[in-house]
Design a protein around this ligand. Structure first.
Ligand code: GDP
Ligand code: IMO
Ligand code: MG
Length: 429
């Protein structure tokens, strides 16, 4: 009963969507287990390009059942917009199942996300403004609204009243905003209920039964290891568990059922939003801008330019440990074409001392300066390579060096955004 997990090994946008789509036709279920529409996954299939936010990337594979697990926070307007958009392009979304226990993003969560960021000023996180943090905070505070609450209007009203009693004090007295009416929220949520009802299921049971039948379940993370609320660069993180542990709690699948963990890692590094990033390039010589332009590094969700830097091996090793990575997919190797030599961070200098692993404290990580090793680059276009031996020797050496430094084998290499633009070294399933 194979359950396979896909996680981001850096700060997100590693190409999880492409990897999930690549395996989609061979798996029976693809489960999103954390996050919400803060995610942005671009999937390219031939001439068609899809930008997915809330829906699991498996939705593009006919035959595969996409599942939104209990660990996800669901913005219902976004859900139906995304479904409508795909249906208009001929994608069948009829198999989608949503956990009755998933939490719902309400309008006041989006408002609070934005006003809190403004309030924080220079200490802001740089969130996507989608209401993710406030919705997870309500979940932990036991003030959240779950998908199943929409099926009992009395309960829903009680819960919204309870949440707004506190929220309205905060909105009016701290942030000087207008109070939100209970009816406004209840009516908006209930407007989705008829369409939602047939999709809602006990998804943990459904997945358990699928595994019993020996079907393959792929668990697809949003965000990444360093954006995980426990293991990331807190407080500059998202508010969910984006790691393998979160795949269990966010889906109801037990750890003993996970057979494979695939870490997605870019051949360089990017980050969106605030927070430490030791190998970030500040463009003394234009390398950061070159990576950004060559890699198309602009956010799928917010359109913000992504911060760019060189590959950081200690954070890849950290991701391998935290997630139990069995295989890495190294993406966007093609973007590195054209450099004479490519720096790779192998350790940090923290206030004059060499530190080989992820520093223990946030302060040390903020002070960490990369110690680089340099590898010979290549000038050939890699986009048509399909076998490892098609890669120029220096690109092969670069991949082997990253593999040695990163704590797990590299089983596939991305050489372009299309499904087909992949070099497979070891089967991922
Ligand atoms: P995700 O959030 O991890 O799913 O990643 P995003 O979709 O936000 O960002 C990855 C971007 O890189 C997307 O635009 C993909 O189409 C693109 N991409 C993925 N793999 C490759 C690759 O190997 N080479 C190139 N050039 N682009 C890739
Ligand atoms: P995918 O799944 C990159 C970042 C935001 C911000 C922080 C908190 O496409 O890899 P939030 O709105 O979640 O409270 O914002 O996390 N962030 C992402 N960065 N890729 C993502 O998702 C992200 N989702 C959130 O930029 O710094
Ligand atoms: Mg993304």
């Amino acid at each position: 009963m194979p359950a396979v997990v896909i996680v981001g090994a850096q700060w997100g946008d590693e190409g999880k969507g492409k990897a999930t789509d690549l395996l989609g036709s061979r798996v029976d279920h693809v489960v999103k287990f954390n996050g919400g529409n803060n995610a942005g996954h671009t999937v390219v299939i031939g001439d068609e390009k899809y930008a997915l936010h809330l829906l699991p990337s498996g939705i593009l594979s006919p035959g595969c059942t996409p599942v939104i697990g209990n660990g996800v926070v669901v913005d219902l307007s976004v859900l139906f917009e995304e479904i409508d958009g795909l249906q208009a392009r001929g994608i069948d979304t009829g198999k989608l199942r949503i956990s009755a226990n998933a939490h719902v993003i309400a309008d006041y969560h989006r408002t609070l996300d934005k006003v809190t960021e403004r309030f924080l000023g220079s200490r802001k996180i740089g969130t996507t403004g989608r209401g993710i943090g406030p919705t997870y905070a309500d979940k932990m505070n036991r003030l959240g609204i779950r998908v199943q609450d929409l099926f009992d209007e009395k309960i829903l009203r009680q819960k919204v009243e309870g949440a707004l009693e506190l929220k309205n004090q905060i909105l009016t007295k701290i942030y000087n905003r207008r109070a939100v009416a209970v009816d406004e929220i209840v009516d908006e949520l209930l407007s989705h209920v008829d369409r939602l009802r047939p999709m809602v299921a006990d998804t943990a049971l459904l997945l358990h039964e699928a595994l019993e039948r020996d079907e393959i379940v792929l668990l697809e993370a949003g965000q990444a290891n360093l954006l995980d609320v426990d293991h990331g660069t807190y407080p500059f993180v998202t508010s969910s568990s984006a790691t393998t542990g979160g795949a269990c709690t966010g889906s109801g699948i037990a750890p003993t059922q996970i057979t494979r963990v695939i870490g997605i890692v870019k051949a360089y590094a990017t980050r969106v939003g605030e927070g430490p990033f030791p190998t970030e390039l500040f463009d003394d010589d234009g390398d950061g801008e070159r990576l950004r332009v060559n890699g198309g590094e602009f956010g799928t969700t917010t359109g913000r330019p992504r911060r760019c830097g060189w590959y950081d091996a200690p954070i890849a090793r950290y991701a391998a440990r935290i997630n139990g990575v069995t295989d890495f997919v190294l993406t966007k190797l093609d973007v590195l074409t054209g450099w004479d030599r490519i720096p790779v961070c192998v350790a940090y200098d923290v206030d004059g001392e060499r530190v080989d692993e992820m520093p223990t404290t946030q302060t040390d990580f903020h002070h960490a300066k990369p110690i680089y090793e340099y590898f010979d680059g290549w000038h050939e276009d890699l986009s048509a390579c399909r076998e490892f031996s098609d890669l120029p020797q220096t690109a092969q050496d670069y991949v082997r060096a990253l593999e040695k430094l990163s704590g797990a084998r590299i089983s596939a290499i991305g050489v372009g955004p299309d499904r087909e633009q992949t070099v497979v070294l070891h089967d991922l399933l």
